[in-house]
Design a protein around this ligand. Structure first.
Ligand SMILES: [Zn+2]
Length: 399
C-alpha cells in the first residue's frame, strides 16, 4: 500500500504539470510519462481518487492510510497560480454502505469511512444505501434474525451502544442492556485472555484507522506520518490507554482472536432495536448533511447488489427531497446520480437519470393519486444535476 500510495502521489505531481492550456515538460521527472503526454494535445490533472471494491473483508480501515496520505499531496505546482481559482486539494470518493451484513454493519462502515479517512466537506461517499433504506422492512424480510461473524456482531453492538449515547437516543425498550449483554458474551469468547471495559473496546475501535505495522515507528516519511490517524485529537488520548492499545494489537495480530471472531453468530432483533437503528440512520444523515459530505448514488448498481427491488424505493429522495415535498427536512444531503461501473451494470448516466425520473413519476399515494407532479420532479432532477457538478471535484472551466 505504501508503494502504491507513493506511486499515485508521484503521478499526481507529474500529472499536474500538464494541465489544460499548457505543456511543461521541464518540470516532469518521469521521462516515460513526459513522452506519453507529448502525444496528447492536453490532459486534465488528476482531481480525485476513488475506492470501489468488495466491502466484505475490506473495511474502510484498510485503505484509510492511503487516503490520508494522498490528501496530503497538493495538486499545486509553481505555475498553478496562473490558472488556479480553488484550493487544489485532491477530491476523494469512497464506496461504502452498499454491501453489508446488516444495516448496523453498513452504518458503522460509513462512520469508519468518515472517521478513519478524515472525510470533510466536499468528499464523497459512494452508495451509502444503509443510511437511507427502511430498517423495518429490511429486518422484517429476515424475520428480524441476523447471521454474521462474532467479531462483526461484537463491533456493531459496541458501536451502536456508543452512537446511542452520542446522539442521546431514547432507550425505552432496553436496547442498551441487550447491547451490553452482546459485549459481555462475545468479548469474553473472542478476547478470552484480556479483561477490558466497553469504553476500552470502543477506544480500540477508534484506533483501527491506523496502519498497524507502522504505529510504533519513529516518524520520518510522509507515509509514516499519515499511517497514524492523527487528525482527531481524541486519538492522542486513546494512545495513552494501554488496554485500548493492547486490544488493537490483538485485533490485528492474534490468530486466536481472528479464529474465534470468524465463527458465526446469530442475533434476534426486536421492534425496540429497529427504532434505535432508524434513529441512528436519521442522526447520521443530519450529521453528513451538516458536514457537507456528498453522496453519489448509483441506482442500478444498488438494485443489483442490495435489497432495493424497485427504482422508486431507492433512498435518493431520503437523502435529498427539497422541492419534492411541501415540508422537506432542514438537513439535505448533497447528492449526485452516477453509474458506478458502467460496463458491469450496462448503463449510462442518461439512463440512470431517466430511470429515477420514471420511478418518481410512477410513484403513487395510498389513494392512487401521483405522489409528485412532473414539474416538481424535473425541477428536483435539475437541482440534483447542479449539485453533482458542485461535488464533481472539477474546476469551473473543466466542468
Ligand atoms: Zn460501488
Amino acid at each position: 500500500m505504501e508503494k502504491q500510495a507513493e506511486a499515485i502521489a508521484q503521478l499526481i505531481r507529474d500529472n499536474s504539470m500538464y494541465v489544460k492550456g499548457g505543456f511543461r515538460p521541464y518540470f516532469c521527472n518521469n521521462k516515460k510519462f513526459a513522452e506519453k503526454i507529448k502525444k496528447c494535445s492536453y490532459i486534465y490533472p488528476i482531481v480525485g481518487i476513488d475506492a470501489a471494491s468488495s466491502e466484505f473483508g475490506c473495511r474502510p480501515e484498510v485503505f484509510a492510510p492511503v487516503f490520508r496520505r494522498l490528501r496530503a499531496v497538493s495538486r499545486k505546482n509553481t505555475l498553478d497560480s496562473l490558472y488556479e481559482k480553488h484550493d487544489m486539494q485532491l477530491g476523494r470518493t469512497f464506496h461504502v454502505g452498499e454491501d453489508f451484513y446488516d444495516i448496523v454493519d453498513g452504518l458503522r462502515a460509513i462512520d469508519e469511512c468518515i472517521f478513519f479517512l478524515n472525510f470533510e466537506s466536499g468528499d464523497r461517499i459512494g452508495h451509502a444505501v444503509s443510511l437511507g433504506i427502511d430498517a423495518y422492512s429490511y429486518y422484517k424480510t429476515r424475520n428480524f434474525n441476523i447471521v454474521l461473524p462474532r467479531q462483526i456482531l461484537l463491533d456493531n453492538a459496541v458501536w451502536l451502544l456508543k452512537k446511542m449515547e452520542e446522539y442521546s437516543i431514547n432507550d425505552s425498550y432496553g436496547t442498551k442492556y441487550k447491547l451490553k449483554e452482546i459485549f459481555e458474551t462475545y468479548f469474553r469468547t473472542i478476547y478470552s485472555k484480556i479483561d477490558a471495559s466497553i469504553e476500552d473496546y470502543y477506544a480500540s475501535w477508534m484506533l483501527r484507522g491506523d496502519e498497524p505495522s507502522r504505529t510504533k515507528d519513529s516518524l520520518q516519511s510522509e507515509w509514516k506520518i499519515c499511517a497514524k490517524n492523527n487528525f482527531k485529537p481524541i486519538l492522542k488520548q486513546i494512545r495513552n490507554n494501554s488496554k485500548a492499545m493492547d486490544l488493537y494489537q490483538y485485533y490485528h495480530y492474534s490468530k486466536d482472536v481472528k479464529d474465534k471472531g470468524e465463527e458465526i453468530a446469530e442475533y434476534q432483533l426486536d421492534d425496540g432495536d429497529v427504532l434505535v437503528i432508524r434513529e441512528v440512520q436519521k442522526k447520521m444523515r443530519q450529521k453528513i448533511a451538516r458536514e457537507k459530505i456528498a453522496i453519489e448514488t448509483n441506482p442500478t448498481s444498488n438494485l443489483r447488489i442490495t435489497d432495493i427491488d424497485r427504482y422508486s424505493k431507492h433512498p435518493i429522495t431520503v437523502f435529498y427531497n427539497r422541492g419534492l415535498k411541501p415540508n422537506y427536512d432542514p438537513d439535505q444531503i448533497m447528492v449526485s446520480i452516477n453509474t458506478d461501473d458502467q460496463g458491469v451494470f450496462a448503463t449510462s448516466l442518461e439512463k440512470e437519470y431517466a430511470l429515477i425520473a420514471c420511478a418518481l413519476e410512477k410513484k403513487r399515494n395510498d389513494d392512487g393519486s401521483p405522489t409528485y407532479s412532473p414539474k416538481d420532479i424535473y425541477k428536483w432532477l435539475d437541482d440534483v444535476r447542479e449539485s453533482s457538478l458542485v461535488s464533481s471535484f472539477l474546476d469551473d472551466e473543466m466542468s
